[in-house]
Design a protein around this ligand. Sequence first.
Ligand code: G3P
Ligand code: CA
Length: 251
Amino acid sequence: MIGRLENNNSIVVAAHRGLKCDYPENTLLAFQKAMESKVDMLELDLRLSKDGVVMVIHDETLERTTNGSGKVMDHTLAELKQLDAGGWFDPVFEGLKIPTFEELCSLIASYPEMLLNVEIKPSPHAKWVVDKAVAMLDEFGYLPRCVFTSFDAVIIAYIHDTYQLKTQGFPAELMHNFDSGPEGTYSKMWAVGISMKLLTPKLVQEFQDKDILPWCYCPDVDQQVYYALGCGSTLMTCNNPRPAQEIRYVI
Ligand code: G3P
Ligand code: CA
């Protein structure tokens, strides 16, 4: 299923951490609303709790998106589930929790076409997160609709070499261990995430010449969507998916 992105000549829209423009990022509500809004893909971030449960949360620490403090990996599942993950965004969302990856997998069961961009956040346990996430996705039957993202060349190589799954990396200068890690990182990347700050037609062409799909983040207004298309990037991860979704129907 994910392979269809290789031949897609229309815009493919991923909701960055769920529908984060309107709802608290990486919560089940943000993912549910993104799916209801008919995006093609959910993008999400994974980290491990102290007791080895895969959690959906972006930051290494809890302060920005919860009412807790300290590192995610220093808290057990029970402790993390005590925290509020919605009130920081708007008091109306108080009571939302940090989801486990298993809860997210259950949520998307009724959307069989929904694609997933699963980002493994850097940590000493990142390979363990990969193993657990792959096992979970396999159990749910979702692996054919997944691409795995990492800013770490070691993790890109691990996912590619161990599981033969599709990966999204980033330009070398943004990656950890690109020069010191495994050789040939670009050859293990199926797609490359390019921020709007770096996106140019030349950079897109450079990656296309390497047979790596260009995938921009985050075109959130009409002008950025048209610019991305002009550069040759039809894969888009958006904080606000609506402009890309609307433009998809007029071009
Ligand atoms: O896929 C691109 C994007 O998710 C990477 O940045 O910080 O949102 O994880 P970040
Ligand atoms: Ca991410």
